[in-house]
Each structure stands twice: as C-alpha cells, then as structure tokens.
Design a protein around this ligand. Sequence first.
Ligand SMILES: Cc1cc2nc3c(=O)[nH]c(=O)nc-3n(C[C@H](O)[C@H](O)[C@H](O)COP(=O)(O)OP(=O)(O)OC[C@H]3O[C@@H](n4cnc5c(N)ncnc54)[C@H](O)[C@@H]3O)c2cc1C
Length: 463
Amino acid sequence: MHQEMDEKAIADLKSQVRGDVIPPGDERYEGARKVYNAMIDKRPAVVIRCTDVADVMAAVRTSRTRGLPVAIRGGGHSVPGFGTADGAVVVDLGRMKGTRVDPLSKTVWAEGGCTWGDFNHATYAFGLATTGGIISTTGIAGLTLGGGIGYLCRGVGLTIDSLISAEVVLADGSFVIASEQHNPDLFWALRGGGGNFGVVTGLQYRLKEVKDIVGGVLFFEVEDAPKVMMTYNKYIADAPRELGAFFAWQIAPPLPFIPKDRHGDIFCAMVLCWSGRPEQANQAFAPLRAAAPVVAEFVGPMPYPTLNSMFDGLVPPGLQHYWKAVYVRDLTEGAIEAHMKFGPKVPAVNSTVHIYPINGAVHDVAPDATAFGHRDAKYATVIAGMWPDPSQNEANIKWVKDFYAALAPYSEKGGYINFAASDDMDRVGANFGKNFGRLRELKTKYDPQNIFRINQNLAPSPR
Ligand SMILES: Cc1cc2nc3c(=O)[nH]c(=O)nc-3n(C[C@H](O)[C@H](O)[C@H](O)COP(=O)(O)OP(=O)(O)OC[C@H]3O[C@@H](n4cnc5c(N)ncnc54)[C@H](O)[C@@H]3O)c2cc1C
C-alpha cells in the first residue's frame, strides 16, 4: 500500500507552493509520475513541479514532517528512476531552467532543472563551455553531482572540477551555499556524492573558451575491434588533452554517411571531439584513424552543442533502460577478449557500450580533493542496454548482465554511480570507492533521517 497525503496536507502544500502540486487523482498525475526510463512504474505521494527555491523549501519541509522520502528530479535521466518513487514527495526541478553567463569572469550560474542542452545553448553564445553530458536532454544537476564525464574531461576535468558553488536546500528545509569558503565539507561531499545531501537548486561553474570543435564518429569492422581498442588504449594514455575520444559498440543506424547495405550491421566506433586549433584536428585523429580501415565516417567542424546533441535521436524518452558500469585501469588482453565476446552481440540500435577516458586533467586533482572516489581509473565503462519493446526486456537485461560479468575480472569493483543499475545497491560502497567512509560521516551530519534516500544511498550511521 503506497502512502498518500490527505486532502489537508495537499491543501497546505498548495498554499505554500507557486508551482504545480500534483497528487494521485489529478489529471496530470499519470504524466508527472513518469521518468525517462519507461521501465520505471512508481506511484509517488505527490509530484511538485517547483518554480523557485521557496517551493523546494516547502516541499522538503513537508516531506520531513510527514516522514516521507524525497525523490529529486533534475533532468529525469536516472536509469534506476531515482526521480520518482512509491510514496515519495517528488521535487521536480524541470521548470527551474534559469541561466546567467558572466563573460568577464567566464562563469555561469544555472538552475537545477537545466539540461545540458539548456546549459550549452547559454554558454555557446559566449564561446564558453565545460565538461557536460554527451546527450543534450540529460540534467546538469544529477550528472554533476555524480562526477560528470564528457568530451572535455581530459582537458578540463570532470564536471565537478569546474564547480565553484552550489545552492542547496538541506533536509531541515534550510537553504545554504556550498563552496570552498562556505560549508566546505558539504561542497566536498556534493562533488561525487550524488543527491544524498540535499536539493541543489543552483550551480555555478567555471568555463573554458570552447566554441566550435572538430568531431564526429568513425566506424570500423567488428573483427578490427581488438586493434582499435589496443590503439585507443595506447594513444589516449598521453594524447593531447584537447582530444576527447571514446570507444563504442554500435549498430549502424540508417544514416546517409553509412553505406545503405550496412545499415543494421554491428560495428565498433571511435567517437571524437577535438577542442584545440581546428587545423590540428586531423593530426590528433590520425593514430585512431590508422588503427584499421574506416568503413564509414562523419567527422568535421561543428558547434560544440551540435556534437553534444548528435546522438539524441538514438535515445528518445520512453525506451526501456538497464545499465551497468565499471571503472577500468587498463584495457588488458582479457578485457578486450570479454569485449569481443559480447560487443558484437549488441541487441538493439539504441543500446551501446562506451569506454570513456577519465585521465588527463581528471588525474590532476587529488583523489581525496572531492568525493569522487575513482580518479585512479583510466576509463569509466558503461554497458547501456536501451530498447523500445518491453517484451524484449529479459533478453536485453541478460546481455547487459553477461557482458558485465565477463568484464568484472578485468575491472575495479565499483562503477560510476551515474551509470549504475538499481540492483547494484550492494555495490554502493565500492561505487563511492575510497571516499565512502567520509561521505557516510557527512551524510550523518547533513541528513541523519535519510530523507534523501532515493539514490545510490549513503545510509547514515545509526546514532
Ligand atoms: C541517455 C543518457 C546519457 C547520459 N550521458 C552521460 C554522460 O555523457 N556523462 C555522464 O556523466 N553521465 C551521463 N548519463 C548519466 C547521468 O549522469 C545520470 O543519469 C544522472 O542521474 C542524470 O541526471 P538527471 O538530473 O537527468 O537525473 P534525475 O533522474 O533527474 O536525477 C537522478 C538523481 O540525481 C540526483 N539529482 C538530480 N538533480 C538533483 C538536484 N538538483 N539536487 C540534488 N540531487 C539531484 C538525485 O539523486 C536524483 O535522484 C547519461 C544518462 C542517460 C540516460
């Protein structure tokens, strides 16, 4: 029996909130309870589409007094569906999309409901950017708080490495700023600790001068994948930091640059982003291009936000999602063999496996300087099962699990918290890695009742 709020409680909330308060029975409820992963079918006690910080404070205070958990929704992309939950108060920030770029200090302030599309749109106008997600519809807040991996990582660091401050509504409903100067312990915890510490209503980032990049994708035959992976592994170790590049398994979509008779075939691919001087791009790509004959390619100069939305069409809302994640120190022979066993069996055009590099500038930051616990890894690998037809769930989930099991002996115990599945909760300690102990202490300080528990949860220590 899921908890519901009585009429008086809903009326009280409505009197305090300017946004939409949507309880079960409201005609908007069916739409409001859903998230991006269509596999998630939860019935929250109420969904609150907040319009400002005051709404968020009222929502959190109500959750606390009623003893209900808060499910925080930024962009709604969490694969385990953490943006909704049975009996929870959903704090939906989707209407809070304000941005303000300061071109003098090269910084941006953005509200917690922005997506990377919103963010990149605002900063591109000033020729500025930072590390963000490779799909434009992902939320900036969820992605940032888990660490933040993207094309610019090797040059700029994780997204958290650009974070200057965060505005947070804590479990008691109060509002604080977290930065190096204010509440530095909270600021440390937010940079990798996920949504465990409060609702982040605004984030301020340092930006770099990045406007147009040279990028795109190279497709290679499956049998050349070991050569491509080995070349990638060697080259990315100390390639110029302006190079963002990741290996992928991908079924060829019906796109004009791919020969028609190869649509639907499985390939391995290198996805490229060169943010240095455009005339140096070919030289930077040359070692990867020379790894094996390129079957099809789409590479050229383009605005940075264009690359960050290039693959949006492959992952529309409403797909079924089941993902697993591992951190990897090196692409060993064993790991490549495991990839060769399951990569060529990728079951759907929407599904993929990405091996993202997290070296370069990510390794310049000390492993304990932020809560992100896996800076010693070279790669974050995601096995992203995504498919449209729920009748295919079993086969697709099996592919992800089998792939994961095959990679496990060659991987770290933990995986990136933002890529992990909800049945990975026994791995939370390993996912947070070396910083798990301090994170739990801070969770006990900031959210002793664990009202923010719909996440990769750091259960507070019992008092
Ligand atoms: C298609 C797709 C592409 C992706 N690409 C990338 C990528 O390139 N790089 C990468 O690093 N990750 C990527 N991810 C993973 C992504 O980082 C996580 O799914 C992340 O949780 C998404 O954030 P969101 O705000 O959209 O999610 P939501 O579902 O809205 O939130 C998920 C959780 O994040 C926390 N959270 C969200 N907003 C807030 C907030 N304002 N305050 C406090 N906590 C909050 C909460 O715990 C919340 O439950 C991708 C995911 C998908 C589905």
